[in-house]
Design a protein around this ligand. Structure first.
Ligand code: GTP
Ligand code: MG
Length: 196
């Protein structure tokens, strides 16, 4: 698939406002500031397709992107941002769970976690929901440029080991939007999920 051809589709305030539930969809999820929007821009070779920010909680809408008629990418709002009111958090967690369980076109979930802080409680909940919903999961350990290669490889192995407990289809790779580490691996997994 030529990911460079990705175009912006819509910003949805909630899951009911998403595009028609047909074809194949892959969603990017993770804590606020994990690097979801940056990874989407890296994948699509477009600097400002998805809005990135130093301020956590930047992406509050569900942004949808089109690869072609039958294939979409979704940038989900981040979770775990302390300054969001509890009511908003709870509403979002409910929507997220609903999206994961009810979205028929959703084939796989890319879970992004800062390589320096992997597998926080909410990350584990998300991965468990995804596996329980029979989704494939690709874990990207982001900002891998922040670690030396020894520490990076050690963390990848530790996370692979830890995710065996979820008993699902889970792949783990280091990723960096800064130096494109892990980009070929990301494309390979997405091509597989999209059946291309
Ligand atoms: P929310 O939309 O708030 O949930 O955040 P997000 O997960 O979309 O994160 P975003 O892509 O906006 O990136 C957050 C911050 O991390 C920005 O300052 C990015 O420049 C930085 N960042 C993202 N990816 C990388 C990376 O691979 N390496 C480094 N060093 N910084 C990164
Ligand atoms: Mg974002």
């Amino acid at each position: 698939i030529n990911y460079q051809r990705t175009t912006f589709l819509t910003s949805a305030p909630d899951i009911r406002a998403l595009p028609a539930d047909t074809g194949i969809e892959v969603a990017f999820a993770g804590r606020s500031n994990a690097g979801k929007s940056s990874a989407l821009n890296t994948l699509t070779r477009q600097n400002s397709l998805a809005r990135t920010s130093k301020t956590p909680g930047r992406t509050q809408l569900i942004n949808t992107f089109s690869l072609d008629e039958q294939r979409r990418l979704i940038d989900l709002p981040g979770y775990g941002f302390a300054k969001v009111p509890l009511a908003v958090k709870e509403k979002w967690q409910k929507s997220l769970a609903e999206y994961l369980t009810k979205r028929a076109s959703l084939k796989g979930l890319v879970v992004l976690m800062d390589i320096r802080h992997p597998l926080k409680d909410l990350d584990q909940d998300l991965i468990q929901w995804a596996i329980d919903s029979k989704l494939s999961v690709l874990i990207l350990l982001t900002k891998a440029d922040k670690l030396a290669s020894g520490a990076r490889k050690k963390t990848v192995l530790e996370v692979r080991e830890a995710t065996l407990a979820f008993m699902g289809d889970i792949t783990v790779h280091a990723f960096s939007s800064l130096n494109k580490l892990g980009l070929p691996e990301l494309e390979q997994v997405l091509d597989l999920w999209y059946g291309a």
